[in-house]
Design a binder for this molecule. Structure first.
Ligand code: 5RP
Length: 232
């Protein structure tokens, strides 16, 4: 059921938004993979041509490679630090299409892609829609290892609980693709995500946080009844 919604959101967004010749950011996670698969199908069929894709994680890089989608670094001559469009998943989306991302630990590059893009789109199923961000699903905060205790203390001063993300099938914490750690931060009550996005990044040792508020994406939200709400 949920997979059906993820497939629907991902394919609909890809069909609506991706055009030949685009510099395209492709996101991470179990919903964004369906965007990559649809782009891959259309690229393999020759319907989409001349794409230059920036994958936001090792996972999305491998998914692009499966389809032979041309991938580039953001610093490459092909992309020159800019993207026409990024499509990505989200962990929570509020009524103004602000979101929390980083459940898959890829928030740092996902934010780079989002903020480097002229257009930005999110794909999600209706379970991700919330009134207030950061209360139910924790906000990931990527920190350098040396800041583990100090940053957790500073985050808790915001009235939040900060938990070091533990690895599965490896003893100890998750180590990000950039050699950092993740604190998963749950707020006790509603906070202003615009303020918090800036405030958290002011803590020494914080690399990036999972509040995404400075882009107003178009949201493709799949419903259990088989429809997709496109919300701007
Ligand atoms: C990864 C992300 C994902 O986009 C987010 O966690 C949503 O994933 P899924 O579609 O699997 O629920 O931010 O860092």
């Amino acid at each position: 059921m949920n997979d059906t919604m993820k497939i629907l959101a991902g394919r609909t967004a890809a069909d609506d938004l991706v055009k030949s010749g685009m510099k395209l950011g492709l996101g991470t996670g179990s919903t964004a993979v369906h965007v990559i698969n649809r782009v891959g199908e259309l690229f393999a069929a020759g319907t989409l041509k001349a794409l230059a894709v920036f994958p936001t994680s090792f996972q999305s890089l491998m998914d692009c490679e499966k389809w032979g989608i041309p991938v580039f670094t953001l610093n490459s001559r092909e992309l020159e630090g800019g993207l026409d469009l990024t499509i990505d998943g989200a962990d929570e989306v509020d009524g103004e299409n602000r979101c929390v991302k980083g459940g898959g630990g890829a928030l740092l590059i996902e934010k780079l892609a989002a903020y480097a893009s002229t257009s930005y789109a999110l794909v999600a199923d209706e379970r991700k829609l919330v009134e207030s961000l950061g209360i139910t699903f924790p906000v990931p905060v990527e920190i350098i290892p040396e800041a583990r205790v100090q940053a957790a203390r500073a985050l808790e001063a915001f009235g939040a609980r900060a938990v070091l993300r533990a690895a599965l099938r490896k003893a100890g914490p998750v180590i990000t693709e950039h050699g950092n750690l993740i604190l998963d931060v749950t707020f006790a009550e509603s906070v202003d995500p615009v303020v918090m996005e800036d405030e958290i990044n002011r803590i020494p040792g914080v690399v990036e946080n999972g509040f995404f508020t400075r882009r107003r994406p178009v949201l493709y939200a799949a419903r259990g009844d088989g429809t997709v709400e496109v919300r701007t």
